[in-house]
Ligand binder design. Structure first.
Ligand code: ATP
Ligand code: SF4
Ligand code: MG
Length: 338
């Protein structure tokens, strides 16, 4: 077993709004082995960003971490002091935010911000730092970087800011990079370039990565492990080969069946029926039950996340002794989908 750089256990983060508790992250468990990439996938609102922000202790009122543990290299982050967290955020864990403006300082130029990072982390002076900043901006696909470094964040387009932020996040050579939808706003060529850059840095410094994405194609290309989230819970966790070859949770299967593929006619794509339930209509049993084609009586109770023979951790009654639905049910029909 490889060592885990990050070990999250039963993490719970809620928002308290008008007397109600919205359980955005509701008992999330996953691990990130050192030097590897974990993908987190799931529909909008499933709690991916809130999980990431919880790791960095960046949850603001009315939100609060209400339970569980976040173990980073043996240190419990839910108990870490603010000063220690600031230190971790600048040095050991970097995050690429879904909303680029949040991590750029509006009163400093791009060059000043990048130079500052190189000064702190590598002791580079102004001249060396500027050279490095230009190289890094070039690497993330920014045209005329020698001009851009003198501009302020507001002078750049959204896509450009996203790339500057990626350059910033990578400048400190973090041990763990959390990338929240890092490439969705970018065109395909730049997207590929940036994923490649992350990969290179990973090989060079052994960086570990948490990659949050809607895109299963990105997962297949870049991730070693995958956590599939639904309504604040991890419903399946597996290594990437196992997940694509032998998905077990009906929600994972639904995601894979709705993925456009070159070998399947677009008409044959089957979207998952229905919508994610609103917080006040959340089922108390399996959260996926209202949309699940296999739901049975027992699904009105919440299943646990259990490790299966193939190595997947799955939260579904079908794979338990208690299953009371159709025997030998075929959740993933490999014959018709390969
Ligand atoms: N500031 C807030 N106040 C109240 N509830 C919130 C707040 N932020 C998030 N939530 C709740 O947390 C849930 C999870 O949000 P989160 O941003 O983690 O989703 P996500 O999986 O990142 O979605 P997306 O794919 O759209 O980025 C939301 O559905 C919402 O119910
Ligand atoms: S526990 Fe039941 S409802 Fe939930 S995914 Fe499994 S079969 Fe479907
Ligand atoms: Mg998000």
């Amino acid at each position: 077993m490889s060592e885990n750089i990050l070990d999250i256990n039963d993490l719970r983060t809620s928002f308290f709004v008008e007397g109600n508790e919205i359980k955005a992250v509701d008992g999330v468990t996953f691990q990130v082995p050192k030097g590897k990439t974990l993908g987190i996938v799931g529909e909008s609102g499933s709690g991916k960003s809130i999980s990431a922000l919880s790791i960095l202790q960046l949850i603001e009122n009315p939100g609060k971490i209400v339970g569980g543990s976040i173990n980073f290299k043996g240190e419990e982050l839910t108990k870490a002091k603010n000063s220690r967290m600031r230190d971790i955020r600048g040095n050991e864990i970097s995050m690429i935010f879904q909303e680029p403006m949040t991590s750029l300082n509006p009163v400093y130029t791009i060059g000043q911000q990048l130079r500052e990072s190189y000064k702190i982390h590598e002791g580079l002076g102004k001249k060396e730092g500027t050279k490095r900043a230009i190289e890094m901006l070039e690497l993330v696909g920014i045209p005329s970087p020698e001009k851009r470094i003198n501009q302020y964040p507001y002078e750049l387009s959204g896509g450009m800011r996203q790339r500057v932020m990626i350059a910033m996040a990578l400048a400190c050579k973090p041990e763990l990079l959390i990338a929240d939808e890092p490439t969705t706003a970018l065109d395909v060529t730049i997207q590929a370039q940036i994923l490649e850059l992350i990969k290179e840095l990973q090989d060079e410094i052994g960086m570990s990565v948490v990659m949050i994405t809607h895109d299963l194609g990105v997962v297949a290309e870049t991730c070693d492990y995958v956590a599939v989230m639904y309504c604040g819970k991890v419903v399946e966790y597996a290594d990437v080969e196992t997940l694509f070859a032998n998905p077990k949770h009906p929600y994972t299967v639904g995601l894979l069946n709705s993925l456009p593929r070159h070998d399947v006619d677009q008409d044959e794509l089957v979207p998952i029926k229905g919508n994610v339930p609103a917080p006040d209509e959340m089922p108390t049993g399996c959260r996926f039950a209202p949309r699940c084609p296999h739901a049975s009586d027992i699904c009105s109770k919440l299943p646990g996340l259990e490790t299966q023979e193939d190595g997947n951790d799955v939260r579904c009654w079908i794979y338990t002794e208690e299953w009371d639905g159709e025997k030998g049910v075929k959740v993933y029909d490999r014959e018709s989908t390969t």
